[in-house]
Write a protein that binds this ligand. Structure first.
Ligand code: SAM
Ligand code: SF4
Length: 334
């Protein structure tokens, strides 16, 4: 694609990766993500399925090669397979990849459809392998159901990466077990540092925060971690793990500044584009689309990318109230 049709930001970064939160709703209530009595948005505020596709296509025209659907729980959005099927047809043509981040609750029934639609890789979030602990962190989740879904996903040929949020005093000493289990199951794993997003009611985030530098040191007592040169233009750093024969990623937005190679932007389920996960500047693409139509979208997207900031400044400290960004991860998408 010619450079003029690409989205190049003021720092020369080629923005070719779009993450889309397709719903703020979820069938889990992970304690670090949502309050249990979370108030969800009215339907009129949420992009329709057709609008989601239209915005994705506008981005694809401007050089977006990779789209990840997330949420909330993307697979609980009614009719979402229509969007996945339509966008999936572009994989191998205008898109290199269509991927999904899911809690795994719907995989048993949806994995095959995902594969048939053109999805080849999924990220599945899982923070504990003990059913009681799993229930404790997700509040409403059923580990057995997720495991059945994972098995099905593997059977149909989906490549799986497990996302685990590192939470002090909850799964700190269990991360090695999850890594071993991932190796046995043929999954890669990514450990995520907890981020200060949205009011989650009650708990302070400081108690949950666990720097991944510490996690890595602990894992290195049991495993041989070999740094891999590969970079995803995202916040993950990868190592190969000799003993488990899989890959392990560390996503460290707080202890490591990954912004210099950031190639992504995020669309909320309300159609608002955030150029940086950790900053509030945004562009309301839903209003542009509803009031001025598809043609106006391209200009609005270009102008938004022209404001993509150099980086973010998340902070978790005892002094701050620990909410750097007021929106929830489920709105913006993880
Ligand atoms: N529901 C799907 C899931 O859980 O995979 C997709 C949406 S969820 C918001 C995406 C990812 O964000 C999950 O891996 C979740 O663990 C992570 N996440 C949510 N809140 C977070 C927070 N405050 N800090 C770090 N990661 C968070
Ligand atoms: Fe739902 Fe995912 Fe948030 Fe958990 S992390 S409450 S599964 S959106």
């Amino acid at each position: 694609m010619e450079t003029q049709n690409k989205l190049i930001d003021p720092f020369g970064r080629d923005v070719n990766y779009l993450r889309v939160s397709v719903t703020d709703r979820c069938d889990f209530r992970c304690t670090y993500c949502m309050a249990e009595d979370m108030q969800f948005l009215p339907k009129k505020d949420i992009l329709s399925l057709e609008e989601i596709e239209e915005v994705c296509r506008a981005f694809m025209k401007l050089g977006t090669r990779k789209i990840r659907l997330t949420g909330g729980e993307p697979l609980v959005r009614k009719g979402i397979m229509q969007v996945i099927n339509n966008l999936g047809k572009e994989v191998g043509g205008d898109l290199d990849e269509l991927t999904i981040t899911t809690n795994g609750s719907q995989l048993e029934s949806k994995a095959e459809d995902l594969y048939n639609a053109g999805v080849r890789r999924i990220n599945v979030s899982l923070d504990h392998l003990d059913p009681i602990k799993f229930k404790e962190i997700t509040r409403w989740g059923d580990l057995e159901k997720v495991k059945i879904g994972l098995k099905k996903a593997r059977e149909v040929g989906l490549k799986i990466k497990i996302n685990t949020v590192a939470i002090s005093e909850f799964n700190q000493s269990h991360l090695a077990d999850i890594l071993k289990w991932c190796g046995d199951e043929g999954f890669d794993m990514t450990i995520i540092e907890v981020m200060p997003m949205g009011d989650i009611g009650g708990d302070t985030r400081y108690g949950q925060y666990l720097p991944l530098s510490q996690v890595r040191m602990e894992l290195e007592k049991q495993f041989t971690l070999v740094d891999l040169p590969e970079r995803t233009s995202g916040p993950a750093r990868y190592v190969s793990v000799k003993e488990t024969n899989n890959k392990l990623g560390f996503i460290t937005p707080l202890t490591h500044n990954f912004c210099e190679s950031c190639n992504r932007v995020r669309l909320t389920c309300t159609g608002v584009l955030y150029m940086c996960l950790g900053q509030d500047d945004n562009a309301d693409l839903k209003t542009v689309l509803r009031e001025h139509g598809t043609d106006a979208l391209e200009d609005a997207i270009r102008s938004a990318i022209g404001r993509k900031p150099k980086g973010h400044d998340f902070e978790i400290s005892r002094k701050s109230n620990n909410v750097s960004v007021n929106r929830h991860m489920s709105l913006t998408g993880g």
